[in-house]
Design a protein around this ligand. Sequence first.
Ligand code: C5P
Length: 424
Amino acid sequence: MNKGAEVGRGKTKVLYQNPGLAETLVVVQQDSITAGDGAKRHTIAGKGRLAALTTSRVYRLLNAAGIPTHFISGGEDEDQNEMVVRQCEMIPIEVVVRGIAAGSYLKRNPGVKSGTIFAPRVVEYFFKDDARHDPQYTAEQIVEEKIATTHEVALMSDYARLVFDILAHAWRLQDVLLVDLKVEFGRAKSKDGASEIVLADVIDNDSWRIWPAGDQALMLDKQIYRNIAAPSASDLDAVKSKYEEVAERVGRFARRSGGFVSIIMGSASDKGHADKIAAALDGFGVPSRQNVASAHKTPLFALQKVQQVDNMLGRVVFITIAGRSNALSAFVDAATANPVIASPVLGSTWGGMEVLSSLALPGGVASMVVLDAENAALAAAKILAADDSVIFGRVVVKQYRNRMQIQESDARQNAPAGNGKAGA
Ligand code: C5P
């Protein structure tokens, strides 16, 4: 890639201007590996390439999930392992999320046993200053020293937790436990010229602890290097082989499972509701197909449709839209071993009762009953998220945004008079 002048350098990467695209930079990861705030340093030929593969593959998953990040493109071999990222003003704070007690947490908290599971996960901040060995900071200190605002600290903590959730899910699919993770953030210029907090810096095998099968002895990450005081050439080769394994495994992170939703409606008049569900599914990246089949009028045809869908490749969740009775949901539920979500149109009648709420429905007709089209889509996406980290990521990001909407509405209600009391 055509690179401009060097604009910055970290312990394991160099940043260049990008003459090809305004307000972006080119990141090149180096072959160096360091520990002890740079006191121990070695070169592993090819590590920069593996780090770029790992970072870009991690970021592809996070971008697909909807996390605001600096990553634009690149990192693969055909990109010469160079990445294009949004230019950011970096915030000099390392945000560490811990799911399991390990590393410096145990040193600082000698009463805590190694391997303790944290619920909720612990978020810690460290001010980036090698000379002072990256001292731990509180959120209040970060604000007090004007490193970031209260709102920015809250966003960094929220995003760091979401990133951990998503990466823990991706690793879990490979039976690997994500123990802890370090991330960093920057301020990037958004489209309207305002500043927005985005996940920045590299995320590679130096940034986390990962234990296959939850067994510390099987660790794949940089801790192996930290644990060897004076590594020999063969030790460094062994470290490199773990980095190779991790880069290859992370390549599976954003792989789609091929799961889909089959929407079966009892009548074409349910099409509006079906389209709403399909649109909401699309927001999660879940493909859907629609069929009209009546349990009353065309039972054999309905059965054939269910069997056709069951025989397709990829995990399926059915959503039935039954108009005048619950028969279609009960029929599909009995015909398939796959999950069935009944999403009747509000106001239709089931068993002679008008559907006013899911509580009014006779039970036992589907795996679950969800009235609202968006929630029916969310319920299906959650099931498909079990083996698809992109869908899982979109679900957790959507749930986070829903929570934020409520909190923002609450904040508006309690805003000083004249500041718009009519919150949603
Ligand atoms: O050493 P400590 O237990 O605080 O590290 C927590 C996590 O942050 C580990 O996954 C480690 O790899 C990562 N980390 C990092 N860069 C640092 C310090 C820690 O990526 N400078």
